[in-house]
Design a protein around this ligand. Structure first.
Ligand code: AMP
Length: 430
């Protein structure tokens, strides 16, 4: 006989239950509200795209394309991939729908939803994770860079995350990067044997990526390495300087981080990352930058762009429990018919409360609704319980019990919603 199988979530994936799902909804609603203030429109692209889009867009040399994609052939023999990120997908949509001419430029877009990477799971790193991102396509900056960063910081501040640690760098234009890559390769070549296998491979394929190594020995080696900043060409340097000046003027705290290069191949000039020590090893909450060559790499015209992607799972971990609780208000009002024969009245009172805008749950236990209802109200941590007894129903009243202040009073049923309104408002101090 086959053993009974208990199904579990797939490795690296998780269920978001109750408070967690609500916290995701809270950050998503906040993002919608803040991003719209800056004129961004929400788009939803499919979760599945042609594999080639990411290979061309994100880059063959990137960790994502090299190791982390969920790629499969569909029944028609097409190679498809679960999106590991969305910038390439947004760029694809930009070209497919001719947004460059059909929409006023620059095009401002945001998105949110699940993304997939086959990575080794650990705290803060999942194989399915949420990203919220925004892209501004069609302006070479630097004011667009600054505005995008201000929007991002405004969003974090709305979530109670003021003064985050912002790391900023410029990886220059393609030409600066070629020059820098060859200088870094020259510098590191004599130390090849001291590098680990990954860094040795990067030395051949994409030496820039060695800059964000975590290995202490390699970090030490890099202290004497040439700096990207010193090889930036005039236009890239001026662009970066302008951003730094405007951010200073706007009172934004940021660190110039010479080693920040980011893992995706499409970045040009501006790159940034926000980290939090609270998150431990996987401490990047979000990352972004400019990608002036991406649209052309995908077969389109030469159109510049800049954007960011926030890791929703990590962001939610940084929000205080009080704020998450507050965002979702109180538990529903628990309506309890004292006897089973009063359930019909319970059904109606709960409906009346909902019509007045209060969440309500009625206890329909057929035998002991009072006992069962009170127990559940306790477990749900309801503040308000409405009791419907024989005498109250006859008199057209209800008993309103306030668990927070351990008080109760009898009030006319018709006044219930107004009474709750008044008590909730005075409790909030509004
Ligand atoms: P990236 O697209 O690699 O620049 O990632 C942007 C942000 O997405 C990161 O800063 C993380 O917060 C988040 N992120 C990336 N990969 C994962 C993952 N496997 N699990 C959870 N969050 C992730």
């Amino acid at each position: 006989m086959a053993a009974k199988r208990r199904f579990q979530t797939v490795k690296g994936m998780r269920d978001l239950l109750q408070g967690e799902a609500s916290a995701f909804a809270y950050v998503e609603e906040t993002a919608r509200r803040v991003f719209r203030l800056y004129g961004y429109d929400e788009v939803r692209t499919p979760v599945i795209e042609a594999t080639e889009l990411f290979v061309r867009g994100v880059g063959q040399g990137s960790e994502i394309v090299g190791k982390q994609m969920y790629t499969f052939d569909d029944k028609g023999g097409r190679s498809l991939t679960l999106r590991p990120e969305s910038t390439a997908a947004v760029a694809r949509a930009y070209l497919q729908h001719g947004m460059g001419s059909a929409w006023p430029e620059p095009v401002r877009i945001f998105y949110m939803g699940p993304h997939f990477r086959y990575e080794r799971p650990q705290a803060g790193r999942y194989r399915q994770f949420g990203q919220i991102g925004a892209e501004l396509i069609g302006d070479p900056g630097p004011y667009s860079d600054v505005e995008l960063l201000l929007m991002l910081l405004g969003f974090l501040s709305e979530l109670g995350l003021a003064n985050p640690r912002v790391g900023l760098n410029s990886v220059g234009d393609a030409e600066c990067r070629r020059l820098y890559s060859s200088r870094l390769r020259e510098y590191l070549a004599p130390y090849r044997d001291e590098l680990d296998a990954d860094s040795q491979r990067r030395l051949d394929e994409n030496p820039l990526r060695i800059l964000d190594t975590k290995a202490p020995g390699e970090r030490k080696l890099l202290e004497g390495a040439p700096r990207l900043r010193d090889v930036l060409g005039g236009p890239a340097r001026e662009h970066f300087q302008a951003i730094c000046e405007e951010l200073d003027r706007a009172g934004v705290d940021f660190d110039i981080d010479d080693r920040l290069v980011r893992g995706l191949d499409y970045y040009t000039r501006t790159v940034f990352e926000i980290t939090s020590s609270v998150l431990g090893a996987q401490n990047a909450v979000l990352g972004g930058g400019r990608y002036d060559g991406l649209i052309a790499d995908l077969g389109g015209p030469s159109v510049p762009g800049i954007g960011f992607a926030i890791g929703e799972d990590r962001l939610v971990d940084l929000i205080s429990p009080e704020r998450k609780r507050k965002a979702f208000g109180e538990q529903p009002v628990q309506v309890i018919p004292v006897r089973a024969s009063h359930r019909r009245d319970g059904l109606r009172v709960a409906q009346e409360l909902r019509s007045a805008g209060f969440a309500a749950i009625c206890e329909f236990d057929a035998r002991r609704p009072l006992k069962v209802g009170l127990r559940k109200a306790g477990r749900r941590r309801c503040r308000w319980v409405v009791l419907l007894g024989e005498d109250e129903l006859a008199a057209g009243t209800v008993v309103l019990r306030d668990f927070e202040n351990s008080t109760q009073e009898t009030i006319p049923r018709a006044d219930l919603a107004a009474a709750l309104e008044a008590r909730t408002a005075s409790h909030d101090g509004t």
